[in-house]
Design a binder for this molecule. Structure first.
Ligand code: CTP
Ligand code: MG
Length: 215
């Protein structure tokens, strides 16, 4: 049957959060990385990219650690080297709350199309500021916010990363690279609880969610 490798970029410095390397920031008594490793205990393998100076933490037997790169994309490229699953799920360590129903949707959609990502609607009015002043409003209904995990046939993602390297493309997620290769990427409904812990205010929301999270 289909095997799954989970690739976890966790090598960021967490500059915007301002609490040191983000994967080791605690929420509800555990690190963001620990939340993610627990969520993917079922996977055939979990490969984690850590900051160069980081000490690998104690982890379940399905977890391997390696050193990340300067950019998130480079961290994922390194994780992909040596990954063995038929399908890879790329998931930010900065998203501690993995909703199983979304993972189910992704695995269904990737089996059919080779690439699938979760999206959520844009809640606010969306504008393009002009020199600090109110600029044109975009039709927010036409846009979506992209989350992780992102699911791909491993060989497709490897090809996309090769193309990115050859063309010097740098993207904030894998789906952009797969799309650049000319492959369609399916969208599935995401979940707002899978938000990325990015700014200090996000920690209060994460702490509140952690208290009621059903593990
Ligand atoms: N990441 C990574 N390697 C990098 C940069 C980022 O593995 N060179 C990871 C982060 O650890 C995080 C995910 O990519 O899990 C999303 O990145 P982001 O939210 O930007 O985290 P940081 O880069 O740590 O934060 P900041 O940009 O505020 O420094
Ligand atoms: Mg970053």
């Amino acid at each position: 049957s289909t095997t799954v490798s989970v690739l976890v970029p966790a090598a960021g410095q967490g500059t915007r959060l301002g609490r040191g390397p983000k994967a080791f920031v605690r929420v509800g008594g555990r690190t963001l990385l620990e939340w993610v490793l627990e969520a993917f205990a079922w996977a055939d393998e979990v490969r984690v990219a850590l900051p160069p100076e980081a000490e690998p933490p104690a982890a379940p037997a399905n977890v391997r650690f390696l050193e990340g790169g300067e950019e998130r994309q480079e961290s994922v490229a390194r994780l992909l080297q040596g990954a063995r699953g038929d399908v890879v799920l790329v998931h930010d360590a900065a998203r501690p709350f993995v909703v199983p129903a979304v993972v189910d949707r992704l695995l269904q959609a990737v089996a059919a199309g080779g690439a699938a990502v979760p999206v959520v609607p844009v809640p606010d009015t969306l504008i393009e500021p002009e020199e600090g002043r109110y600029g044109p409003a975009l039709d927010r209904g036409r846009y979506a916010l992209v989350q992780t995990p992102q699911a791909f046939f491993r060989e497709l993602l490897a090809e996309a990363h090769q193309l990115a390297r050859a063309r010097g493309l740098l993207a904030t997620d894998e789906a952009q690279l797969v799309r650049a290769l000319g492959y369609p990427v399916e969208l599935v409904p995401g979940d707002r609880r899978m938000f990325k812990v990015t700014f200090p205010e996000d920690l209060a929301l994460a702490e509140a969610l952690a208290r009621t999270w059903d593990r």
